[in-house]
Design a protein around this ligand. Structure first.
Ligand code: SF4
Length: 351
């Protein structure tokens, strides 16, 4: 059986090179080829001795994602469907933000961390699929690498930000997600600043504490979507356990801030008649004051098979007014890529 080089980290690649009679630095060179240059075959690795390259071709493999579909929305958001080595498929989205001159000033990649998701949020297409598989760190990394190449080709510059907000609950795949984020910020790989990387979670309190204790230098976003336990439990089953309800989340967020000094972002999808009243806004303000934070309001994109609809502009504006009066930092995220089902909560694989 040949060795999957993408399953090895830098130390693993060094040990592998040594097991083939090479010095450890050949492993570091392999790391640079795989993650800094995106090499997909050994022949391209020109600073390795010819005999070593031939040996590698016999004993090792470099699995790559197979892009099986690509769609572009009218707002130029691009969604790619990738097939994994397992044969299962995941989606990644490239979201450009343009300045007045039409130049892409910000290019965000939204990556998947699992195939499907076990969290079962009632408004989410991925949740409707159930859980199928965790992704390896290299599979998460490669989504960004491929979208970065696409960004350079389409928009003339590389990506600027990565958000773990695609398919899956990132903190349920903790080790691979952290390893992939470390790869993204490795200067021998993409070299993205950690502050450009945001890990999102439905609110797994124990894992949020672990992120703080592990000193993870990345941003944290929490998919809140409802400001009280009864409301949240009704639409997000994860909230029904006392280990992950709002009380547990509050403790975890406060621990996170104490340990890291960092602010968290609350993602809040606006659902008509469910979480968009002025009383909800006041309750949300209470949550937002647990620790320094920012609230991101998201205009919901209806998902087939669910009963949720987006709030109206009037209710959105009234909601924002309450939050601003309460002194909360708030931004509104408009739907992107809606016409290709690339928006929040819409990722579910092939039609
Ligand atoms: S919203 Fe996120 S955590 Fe909830 S089911 Fe969808 S992918 Fe999973």
């Amino acid at each position: 059986m040949r060795t999957d080089l993408k399953a090895l980290d830098r130390a693993g690649l060094e040990a592998f090179a040594q097991s083939l009679g090479q010095p450890a630095f050949r492993g570091r060179q392999l790391f640079q080829w795989l993650y800094g240059k995106g090499a997909t075959d050994f022949a391209a690795m020109t600073n390795l001795p010819q005999a070593f390259r031939e040996q590698l071709a016999e004993v090792a493999t470099i699995p790559t994602l197979d892009e099986v579909q690509r769609q572009t929305a009218t707002d130029e958001t691009i969604k790619s469907l990738f097939r994994l080595a397992s044969g299962r498929e995941i989606e990644s989205v490239l979201i450009p933000d343009f300045d007045e001159s039409g130049t892409a000033k910000r290019l965000t990649v939204c990556v998947s961390s699992q195939v499907g998701c076990a969290m079962g949020c009632h408004f989410c297409a991925t949740g409707l699929m159930g859980f199928h598989q965790n992704l390896m760190a290299s599979e998460i990394y490669e989504q960004v690498w491929r979208m970065n190449a696409l960004a350079e080709e389409r928009f003339g510059r590389g990506i600027t930000n990565v958000v773990y907000m695609g398919m899956g609950e990132p903190l349920q795949n903790y080790a691979s997600v952290l390893q992939s984020a470390a790869l993204l910020s490795d200067s021998d790989a993409l070299g993205l600043a950690p502050k450009r990387i945001t890990i999102s979670t439905v609110g797994l309190a124990r894992r949020i504490r672990q992120l703080a204790d592990d000193n993870a230098p990345f941003n944290l976003a929490i998919s809140l979507h409802a400001p009280t336990d009864p409301q949240r439990s009704a639409i997000m089953p994860v909230n029904r356990s006392e280990k992950t309800d709002l009380g547990a989340l509050q403790d975890a967020v406060q621990h996170y801030h104490t340990q890291t000094g960092k602010r968290v972002t609350y993602e809040y999808c606006m659902f008509a008649g469910i979480n968009d009243s002025e009383a909800d806004a006041r309750n949300l303000a209470t949550v937002a004051r647990w620790a320094p934070s920012k609230v991101n309001l998201i205009m919901y994109n209806p998902v087939e098979g669910t009963d949720f609809t987006s709030t109206s502009e009037d209710r959105l504006n009234a909601f924002i007014r309450v939050l601003v009066d309460e002194g909360i930092r708030v931004t509104v995220r408009r739907s992107r890529g809606q016409d290709i089902d690339a928006a929040c909560g819409q990722l579910a694989g092939r039609d």
